[in-house]
Design a protein around this ligand. Structure first.
Ligand code: MG
Length: 462
């Protein structure tokens, strides 16, 4: 063989390896209402999460990673589109998420992660909770996913109120949360656009979602694939399969998290067993903070203040791990990141084009691959359609605060300022000493608000 032929052959091999590497498989594991503190590796004293802990050691754990909103629907819209939900009409201050009587959903003109990756030849599969519209035109299979198996909204919807009233009259108030039975909720289990059944056995959800995900990975291992595994748990009502019952000293919630941790382990094991771990980027995070009104049936936000529904850190800062053996630089990242950034990051990693205005999405790939500083320097905290707070660098300024589900709103004449690096619990207001920082953040807010255009509200359509 001539030397030049050999060289071109070698470069062809290198090139094609490069190509494989340029188009990694993508897996996003998204939990529902899991708190920042609900992993052993984030300091939970009793929860056991060995698979997440190992994933964090092998990958990058982010400690200032935010979701786009503090409740399900707008948070998911932000992840799927890379745009703040206030731009797509997928948030509301009146109806904070979509309900079974809602007529709205993710507008067709929004370009989803699945549509973007599908245009790059990816197989796209979704398993689990959607919550971006349950009418046919809004379902995952009309938003870029080849397949979908799961529940279109939250697992506590379509409640059988009569039945629940009876049960609580007999066994005491709140019994349907403490001792939930699948038949109390008539939620549909769907495949594509078809309803398979109502009131599926919720004890099997985590297990079945996991099995479906593994089937999808095995069926598509020869080509680039995108799997979006959106667990229904640990959103109340809490369910876990037989094997996980009464295992955790952290109660039912602990059992549920341990089953999710098992699920993560199974997905990563499958990637390893199939020999595609080195070519697969996995992201694990949650859609919003813990539902603290459910007390021990909800999670914990660790050192952070507040929970689901609020713009305190506990509502929007999530337990987050990126994993991609051999490519991601292992470590802990304190810089800012957001689910909004997944769009630009995946576009960069897969060579996809960002086809619409993506000012809310930053490419985190240099941080993931090389440990470079994150390009995200600010974060906007919306409650419904209103901007309640802005973070810039270490500082967060609250213009208004309200806990998740109480009428305790305060609009501040003089906003509250916290240094989140020194004071992650948002305990010590330092506004008086820092007028320049407040002026800077006010300018960032004004510039941001000047980019907003009125849109049709999707959550208020009935
Ligand atoms: Mg949620």
């Amino acid at each position: 063989m001539r030397k030049s032929t050999l060289i071109s052959l070698v470069s062809l091999v290198i090139c094609s390896c490069g190509l494989v590497r340029a188009e990694p498989n993508i897996v996003i594991i998204f939990t529902d209402d899991m708190g920042y503190g609900d992993m052993s590796c984030n300091g939970h004293p009793t929860l056991r999460t060995p698979n997440l802990d190992r994933m964090a050691t092998e990958g990058q754990k982010w400690t200032s990673f935010y979701v786009a909103a503090c409740v399900c629907t707008p948070s998911r819209a932000g992840l799927m589109t890379g745009r703040l939900p206030v731009r797509s009409g997928m948030c509301s201050s009146k109806r904070r998420v979509l309900f079974p009587d809602s007529k709205g959903g993710l507008p067709a003109k929004e370009h989803t992660l699945a549509e973007m990756l599908k245009s790059r030849g990816y197989a796209t599969g979704m398993v689990g909770k959607w919550h971006l519209g349950h009418l046919p035109q809004y379902l995952p299979t009309n938003n870029g996913f080849d397949s979908w198996y799961g529940i279109p909204y939250s697992n506590d919807m379509d409640a059988d109120h009569e039945r629940i009233k009876e049960v609580n009259a007999t066994n005491g108030r709140g019994d349907h949360w403490q001792n939930p039975r699948s038949e109390y909720w008539n939620v549909p289990l769907m495949e594509g656009e078809k309803i398979l059944m109502r009131s599926p056995d919720q004890e099997l959800l985590t297990k079945t979602y996991t099995e479906r995900s593994i089937e999808f990975i095995r069926a598509n291992k020869q080509r680039p694939f995108f799997l979006y595994l959106a667990h229904s748990m640990p959103h109340v009502p809490l369910f876990r399969s037989e094997k996980f019952k009464n295992r955790s000293t952290a109660g039912i919630y602990g059992d549920v998290i341990e089953e999710i941790d098992w699920s993560v382990g199974e997905v990563l094991k499958t990637l390893r067993d199939e020999g595609i771990a080195d070519n697969t980027l996995v992201l694990f995070t949650s859609d919003n903070g813990p539902w603290t009104r459910f007390k021990t049936l909800g999670g914990i936000a660790g050192p952070l203040r507040g929970g689901k529904g609020s713009t305190w850190e506990g509502g929007m800062r999530e337990p987050t791990i990126f994993w991609w053996p051999g490519s991601i630089k292992p470590g802990i990242v304190h810089d800012l990141g957001s689910t909004l950034d997944i769009k630009a990051t995946l576009a960069s990693l897969t060579g996809a084009e960002l086809i619409e205005e993506q000012r809310d999405s930053y490419d985190l790939s240099a941080t993931l691959l090389h440990g470079a500083p994150s390009p995200r320097k600010e974060m906007f905290f919306y409650r419904g359609v209103e901007l309640f707070a802005v973070r810039h660098g270490s500082y967060k300024l609250h213009y208004s605060t309200q806990s998740g589900y109480k009428n305790d709103r305060v609009d501040y004449e003089k906003p509250l300022l916290y240094n989140l690096d020194m004071d992650p619990g948002e305990n010590y207001d330092i506004a008086d000493e820092n007028p320049e920082i407040i002026a800077d953040i006010n300018r960032i807010r004004d510039a941001h608000q000047a980019t907003l255009k009125p849109v049709e509200n999707q959550l208020e359509k009935k």
